[in-house]
Design a protein around this ligand. Structure first.
Ligand code: ZN
Length: 294
């Protein structure tokens, strides 16, 4: 694993690179605890946003950008103080709407880890309009600080004035903070149950169509993704993309997928099946199993 991180470490101050090295052999999937952050601040002399900015090359090293060759790294700080890294993911040969943006990767990383809100997000390039809209879905959007290299830190609403968001559609509890929904299905299949558990926690306040994906790999690892809907619809992050972004952060090749399960509600207004199948077909010969929950 060390080789993968040599290039980003070379872009950091020496004290920080030395202090980080023990964390990178764990292996490292882009999560640093608040305690580790405090230790890195002490060892490097870099505090707060300065530390996050210095860590960005490490986040960008998770990028898979076969179309743009433009590597974006993002780091979200959860309310717990932990850091969650994310990077952009593009699927070679597939339509661009299958892409995951670095901010979406970092935010979904924090959400999957159990965070209920974010205090700040650091990105190595100015967030695109799609990501500004995606971040506006967060329950913590009003307090979210955007940190960019060479810019004054600004609130999300500075970057997205006159925003259209959840409250305009009558949704009061936003992304990451919404409680789950009651979904049931009869199965003893661990992968189906893993997807069911995630579907219960998915966020679909507009379509009322909860869903999630679980991907099993040949080495036994399982990666999951929950649907994260958006008031502007198109920036919604589909469950397959969230799961693939998690695999990408773990450095697991998509050729390692041995099974793929989508669980969605039988009463859903919209289906994720064709979109998930198309994304999966771009990177794997594994067939998608679609399971309905009541
Ligand atoms: Zn973006």
């Amino acid at each position: 694993m060390a080789n993968h991180f040599d290039a980003p470490l070379a872009q950091m101050p020496g004290e920080l690179a030395r202090a980080l090295t023990p964390h990178l052999s764990a292996p490292f999937h882009g999560h640093l605890s608040a305690q580790a952050v405090a230790e890195l601040e002490q060892a490097s002399g870099l505090q707060g946003h300065d530390l996050l900015l210095a860590l960005l090359p490490l986040a960008a090293s998770f990028a898979q950008a076969p179309v743009s060759h433009f590597e974006v790294g993002a780091i979200a700080r959860g309310r717990s103080g932990d850091l969650y890294f994310g990077a952009n993911l593009e699927l070679a040969g597939e339509a661009l709407f299958h892409s995951v943006h670095a901010e979406q990767s970092a935010i979904s990383h924090a959400w999957l880890a159990g965070e209920t809100g974010l205090t700040e997000i650091v990105v190595n390039a100015s967030p695109c309009g799609h990501c500004r809209q995606f971040m506006n879905e967060l329950q913590s959007a009003d307090d979210l600080v955007i940190v960019l290299p060479g810019q004054d830190n600004g609130a999300l609403h500075h970057y997205l004035p006159y925003a259209f968001g959840p409250k305009d559609l009558g949704v009061e509890v936003g992304l990451m903070a919404a409680s789950g929904q009651d979904l049931q299905l009869d199965s003893a299949d661990p992968l189906v149950l893993a997807a069911l558990e995630q579907a219960r926690q998915s966020y679909a306040p507009y379509s009322h169509s909860p869903s999630a994906v679980a991907l099993a790999c040949r080495d036994g690892q399982v990666f999951v993704g929950r649907y994260a809907e958006n008031a502007a619809f198109n920036p919604s992050l589909p469950p397959m993309q969230m799961a693939l972004a998690a695999m990408s952060r773990h450095g697991v090749g998509f050729d390692q997928i041995s099974r793929a399960v989508l669980v969605q509600s039988s009463q859903a207004q919209i289906s994720q099946a064709s979109a998930a199948q198309a994304a999966l077909a771009a990177i794997s010969t594994t067939a998608l199993e679609v399971v309905s929950a009541a």
